[in-house]
Design a protein around this ligand. Structure first.
Ligand code: C2E
Ligand code: MG
Ligand code: MG
Ligand code: MG
Length: 285
């Protein structure tokens, strides 16, 4: 919500407004040890092909299973992890978990992870991610690194170096929350991505005239640049159908599935393998 009110446009993402300062100090104390104790866990949200209705992979979304406060969303603790210089630890912990989870999924399924602005300017990032993949026995071609637009404005040159080495190693790179930054087109011109993810706010506005034209323009732009487009935040069958008709390649959202803990994710994978027609309805429209 913060974003639409105008305040969030320059933030890496939307921090929870209900966390007051005292709360934040307490969370800071807990976070480092929480990471060490394995309280940060990966939830997985499914991503589907809007063409074939096949499951193509999952995005890992961080959750903090806080011993007193229960399950916390990333908006509460990612900014703290960034400030505490603990964002690498958090990210690598999640990727190690994901490598273990991935072993029980079919090999064609991809894993998308989110990296922070701070990380994308770190020249050591590619090697550290690749080391975790190799140690976990996961092919680099299965990993998609999502970078939010606002992450890139900090230092395009440094980001370019990181993105290039990731891509040279076979890792795919996606531009996340496309359209919400103030230099979206600049980034597309200056940097090489494999995917574009249209921000949820555009999907919400699909039923309007301008909204649908803008999404169509983004999808066409992605197509002409050779970057398949993923729509995030799909909540209705109407939205999925419209996006499919506009030529959008992939879709993600509550319609297809909320972020799930690892065990439930595996059950979903198995169910879809057993009954691949479960979600055909979308592809047929
Ligand atoms: P994101 O990468 O753009 O992820 C999509 C967010 O939209 C997720 O929120 C997801 O739960 C939510 N979402 C997905 N489908 C729908 C839908 O149909 N309707 C609605 N209303 N929401 C939907 P979540 O999990 O709270 O994550 C928020 C943001 O936190 C992410 O945005 C990402 O930027 C960041 N984040 C999450 N995990 C990590 C992480 O491990 N590292 C870093 N650096 N950032 C992370
Ligand atoms: Mg993302
Ligand atoms: Mg996004
Ligand atoms: Mg987002």
């Amino acid at each position: 919500r913060a974003k639409r009110d105008g305040g969030g446009a320059f933030c890496a993402f939307e921090p929870s407004m209900d966390v007051d300062l005292r709360d934040r100090a307490a969370l800071e104390d807990d976070l480092r040890s929480g990471i060490q104790r394995g309280e940060i866990i990966a939830y997985y949200q499914p991503i589907f092909s809007l063409r074939s209705a096949d499951l193509v992979g999952f995005e890992s979304l961080a959750r903090w299973n806080h011993p007193q406060r229960g399950m916390l969303d990333p908006g509460t603790f990612i900014p703290i992890a960034e400030d505490l210089d603990a964002i690498n630890d958090l990210c690598f912990t999640l990727l190690r978990q994901a490598c273990r989870d991935l072993r029980s999924w079919p090999a064609h399924l991809t894993l998308s992870i989110n990296v922070s602005p701070i990380q994308i300017c770190d020249p050591d990032l590619p090697l550290r991610l690749l080391q975790i993949l190799y140690a976990g026995g996961i092919a680099p071609g299965r990993l998609i690194v999502e970078i939010t637009e606002s992450a890139l404005v900090r230092d395009v040159e440094l980001a370019r170096a990181t993105i290039t080495s990731l891509r040279n190693a076979g890792v795919k790179v996606a531009l996340d929350d496309f359209g919400t930054g103030y230099s979206s087109l600049h980034h597309l011109r200056e940097l090489q991505f494999d995917r574009i993810k249209i921000d949820r706010s555009f999907i919400e506005a699909l039923d309007g005239f301008a909204g649908s034209k803008i999404v169509k323009a983004i999808v066409d732009l992605g197509q002409s640049l050779g970057m398949p487009v993923t729509a995030e935040g799909i909540e209705t069958l109407e939205q999925a159908t419209m996006l499919s008709n506009l030529g959008c390649t992939y879709g993600q959202g509550f319609l297809f599935g909320r972020p799930l803990p690892p065990a439930a994710t595996l059950r979903m994978v198995i169910e879809l393998e057993d009954d691949p027609n479960l979600l055909r309805a979308v592809g047929q429209n």
